[in-house]
Design a protein. Structure first.
Length: 119
């Protein structure tokens, strides 16, 4: 964990950012940990809304979104969000297409019941 945090949040390097996936029971501190990191995240829980996206955020948190149905919640393709490309064109139900910056680390927070078919 320490190596990940130093690499992704302290050192500015030229590599693509990595995705951290934390799976655990409710109440184990996954969300508290992710929100306690020293910078501003794009925090998503529930359905996707482009309105809340901030290109100036330094990392992304996707909390309690069942992995198998993330596309049904209106989110862009998992690959587009998580592989660290510079930018992606996205849309949602109520807004026109918009380019968002996704070259930042992502933290996925899941309960055991929601991690399939990921693990």
């Amino acid at each position: 964990m320490h190596t990940y945090l130093v690499r992704e949040f302290v050192k500015q390097s030229s590599h693509r950012p990595l995705c951290l996936i934390l799976v655990g029971n409710t109440g184990t501190g996954k969300t508290s940990f992710a929100l306690s990191l020293p910078s501003m995240p794009n925090y998503y829980r529930g359905v996707w809304s482009i309105i809340y996206w901030n290109n100036d955020a330094t990392y992304m948190i996707f909390d309690d979104i069942p992995w198998r149905s993330i596309d049904q919640k209106g989110y862009p393709a998992k690959k587009d969000l998580l592989i660290g490309q510079l930018e992606v064109c996205v849309s949602d139900k109520y807004c026109k297409n918009k380019k968002i910056i996704v070259d930042k680390p992502a933290i996925i927070l899941l309960n055991h019941a929601d991690d399939q078919p990921l693990l």
